[in-house]
Design a protein around this ligand. Sequence first.
Ligand code: IMP
Ligand code: MG
Length: 332
Amino acid sequence: MEKSIVDIVIGMQYGDEGKGKIANQMASSGEYDCVVRFNGGGNAGHTIYLNGEKIVTHLVPCGVLHGITSVIGNGCVINTKKLFEELEYLEGFGFDTSVLKIAENAHIITQEHIDEDSKDTKIGTTRTGNGPCYRDKVARTGIRAKDVPELQPYLTDMHSLIHSSSKKFLAEGAQGYWLDVDFGDYPYVTSSNTGVGAVLNNGFNHKQIRDVVGVIKCYSTYVGAKGYQQIHDDRFEKLREIGQEFGATTGRPRQIDWLNLNEVITACQMNGVTKLIVNKLDVLAQVENAWDWYEDGKLHFADDEESFVSCIANRIKCYIPDIDLEFQGQLH
Ligand code: IMP
Ligand code: MG
């Protein structure tokens, strides 16, 4: 039997790089049998434009929009009430949600988890109960999907799903690599691993990984309690308005800064990225004199879009010569 393979989409910054858009483009290609979410919970907000309609999902993988088997993997945490609300929301658009499956060993977010997370002032969490749920998972006091009666019809085990027949999987990440609990700016991180290792912890083995698609914006954003961007710059205000940089889950204004190339290169190296997609060039193009980026602690700038693109591409290729690069606008 031929083995299953998996292509992976991961954000290389702090979330909101446009992974939802890229995962959706890939899922619509007809190439995949199954889309898997491998980490995170309702803290994620994936914005997808489909047939002129804006669709925001939090937990359900984008395969549902294409009639493809869609799995909430065991690396995720689930708020059952919110999940059913999201399924109803998607059914309202006419999508068939019977393609959804849930790993029997995924963990459940309880009201206590949400109440506790809602008291957070230190990290600036999304208050969705994420951290307390992962804590209880590791403390071995958590509740799993297989313990919840309403979830019985959806349950799957990841071993038979992945290894009993040959399938093509798309693994869709949540958050971004720099929110990773181990490699991010701890404690200003989310409570799960967000990189390629997290995919393997959903039952894939290393030989099954084919492409790792990294996604970035051509500038940086961050939502949370940390003072991220220190200097005031009117161009950041413009970028926020034009790029609609407000949290998809919480509506909070995202802090804006220039692209940090060292961060992006490190994330590509740590995740074995084979292809990097640079998003939202059309947004940066609408702000005057904004072709700036940080590298080695210094601010660099290009005169125009063309030289920005070629500088960025050259710098990244210095470190990762065989990487495939693609530059895109916001909606296409
Ligand atoms: P939590 O994941 O809700 O515990 O929040 C921890 C940190 O991660 C906070 O700074 C959140 O704003 C951030 N965060 C969590 N999920 C996302 C996301 O999907 N996009 C961007 N930031 C996120
Ligand atoms: Mg998001």
